[in-house]
Design a protein around this ligand. Sequence first.
Ligand SMILES: NC(=O)c1ccc[n+]([C@@H]2O[C@H](COP(=O)([O-])OP(=O)(O)OC[C@H]3O[C@@H](n4cnc5c(N)ncnc54)[C@H](OP(=O)(O)O)[C@@H]3O)[C@@H](O)[C@H]2O)c1
Ligand SMILES: *[C@@H]1O[C@H](CO)[C@@H](O)[C@H](O)[C@H]1NC(C)=O
Length: 328
Amino acid sequence: MRRISSFVVLLCGFSSALAGLAPCVELNDGNKMPIVALGTGRGTASESASVDEVRQAVYWAIEAGYRHVDTAAIYFDEPEVGQGIRDAINNNLVTREELFVTTKLWGDKHREQDVVPALKESLQKLGLDYVDLYLIHFPVAVKEDGSYDDVDYLETWRGMEKARALGLTRSIGVSNFNASQVDRIIANSRVWPAVNEIEVNPTLTQEALVTHCLELGIAVMGFSPFGFVVSRNNPNAPPPRADDPVLVHLSNKYHKAPTQIILRYLIDRGIVVIPKSVNKKRIEQNIDLFDFSLNDEEVKLINGFNKNHRVIDFADLKDYPNFPYGEY
Ligand SMILES: NC(=O)c1ccc[n+]([C@@H]2O[C@H](COP(=O)([O-])OP(=O)(O)OC[C@H]3O[C@@H](n4cnc5c(N)ncnc54)[C@H](OP(=O)(O)O)[C@@H]3O)[C@@H](O)[C@H]2O)c1
Ligand SMILES: *[C@@H]1O[C@H](CO)[C@@H](O)[C@H](O)[C@H]1NC(C)=O
């Protein structure tokens, strides 16, 4: 066992040969979560992947040693994620028990009585009996047409607790919640969130929110981990790019790609990373992270790029109550 920042990293299973490449973090409910997850969200990058590419990516990822896949109802790719998983199980690459599957509840299903049916629908699409982690995707409730709906996320959380009690998900958590929203759930609920999934990368380092969550024993999953280091067709976004001198220096020192330096930077901060790729080589590269680590000075150096600048701003929801992102 090894302590990284404030989270303990341990083997995922008794047989490390079957456990995949990434170690696990222990969640506050006792469940274990692999610290590298394949991202499957589409439309968030310069090239948006087709759903069939997602099926193939999930299979390649499992082949490459990933044991965690991150999807969501709103990605509309749960059937293909499920198919990739089934293909891998049928070819004896893994068993269901060795995999950790995360999906998310969208804002149009925030009423307490809608949560369990929404998860059942996700399970049906995935072709699974349970997921490992179910997240409230965003704290704002919306109607099906996208307009505001007045549902408190505390009500939604009751539904999440029910889904967990029914065994439809092993852990429950939130995504895109800010510190006071996390605190409000904790103050008003029996079951604490196991996870907060938020954007973290060199231009949005989120030091205060990450520390807040980790101190409470809430694991942080970091989405859009590459920030603007990869091309997003946004030339005005703040640095770093892959050719930034700081990243080139670390890349040469550790014989790793700048993208691997960024993922390792997040892991060394105690953050579970969710790199997305549909390219076999890049999928393999994005989990080849466990033969080096950055020292505290190098982590601080990358923190120095922070500009509180988001890749994903959920601008459509910004005028609604419960929008989580204050001034940035
Ligand atoms: N909870 C939320 O609200 C939320 C929001 C956004 C995202 N997410 C999750 O986080 C995941 C990741 O975020 P993201 O989709 O914004 O993107 P990302 O992981 O930051 O990756 C962005 C792009 O970088 C490219 N890439 C990946 N590995 C690379 C490498 N080694 N070298 C060069 N380029 C590379 C990929 O293109 P190629 O496919 O061509 O390699 C990918 O499209 C999502 O898929 C989703 O699962 C969650
Ligand atoms: C968190 O979200 C609430 C609800 O929208 C908002 O009032 C508050 O200012 C936010 N806090 C921060 C630190 O952004």
